[in-house]
Design a protein around this ligand. Structure first.
Ligand SMILES: [Zn+2]
Length: 279
């Protein structure tokens, strides 16, 4: 039981933001994702279980598919493979090609932008790492944040989006092998976070999904929290997530049967993310 020792480093300022982390023997805890997007962009219908738009912040999805995206220039191969595997999961859930990788954004990453929303001003849908997370204005414990513009022609559709990942406070990669890191200069311990798990949630926002409370769907990847730590992953979506993403994008082929889609998603979640190739 060394949780207490580890929390000695950081507990003073951030403990209040953690949920009920699991103590005793388990080196993991629950981190809130409530603040990982701009709640003002999510309509009240998204939280109303009786609304057809429940769980959807942009029910019309993207104005154009596939979503062409670039990655920031400091993303390493392990992080990138986790990201691509998360994209693939949403594609399996719909049977559609949703994403198209168009390369590394030369010389640019999260730190290139003066603040959070300025990265939306370029024409690139970017997947960025922020080593200087403070600049985003988000609290230190926030793992990542998804920002998007709705179309000027259709406020229920998305025209551009970025994801900014917090690598100042966390180590992102494959949590099955990843270790945390103690930063001597700051006395801070950076916990390991599974990139594929985190990206799956953030990409849900990027595609148009809102948070879904655990009361409504206990196994949704869009629950507003995530468990992090060594060895911890949640690399699949729920039946409800599949229904909601298909409500936006429709479906193609066998996965129009949501049970078959769930089987395919679960099967894929067992694969090594490094086997996912970009397309
Ligand atoms: Zn979220």
């Amino acid at each position: 039981m060394n949780v207490g020792v580890r929390y000695g480093f950081a507990v003073g300022s951030v403990a209040f933001l953690f949920g009920n982390f699991i103590a005793c023997g388990a080196q993991m805890y629950r981190v809130s994702l409530t603040d990982d997007h701009n709640a003002a962009q999510v309509s009240i219908e998204a939280t109303d279980p009786n609304s057809p738009a429940f769980g959807l912040h942009s029910p019309h999805g993207w104005v154009k598919l596939p979503i062409e995206f670039k990655v920031g220039n400091s993303m390493d191969p392990e992080q990138k493979s986790g990201l691509l595997a998360a994209m693939k999961t949403w594609e399996i859930a719909t049977g559609k090609t949703l994403f198209k990788y168009i390369g590394v954004q030369d010389g640019v990453d999260g730190d290139s932008f003066p603040d959070l929303y300025s990265s939306l001003k370029d024409a690139v849908n970017g997947q960025y790492l922020d080593a200087n997370w403070k600049k985003t204005g988000k609290p230190d414990v926030v793992l990542a944040t998804t920002i998007w513009n709705n179309s000027t022609h259709d406020s229920a559709a998305i025209s551009t989006a970025d994801i900014r990942f917090n690598v100042q406070g966390y180590v992102l990669g494959n949590s099955q092998t990843l270790k945390g890191a103690y930063v001597e200069a700051t006395g801070q311990f950076k916990d390991p976070v599974d990139m594929q798990t985190l990206a799956l949630h953030e990409l849900g926002h990027l595609l148009g999904l809102a948070h879904v409370s655990s009361d409504m769907d206990a196994v949704s990847i869009m629950n507003p929290y995530v468990y992090i730590g060594e060895g911890l992953t949640n690399r699949h979506v729920s039946t409800g997530d599949i229904e909601r993403i298909q409500k936006i994008y429709g479906c193609e082929g066998a996965v129009c049967d949501v049970d078959k889609a769930l089987d395919a998603v679960l099967e894929f979640s067992k694969t090594d993310p490094t086997q996912t190739a970009a397309h």
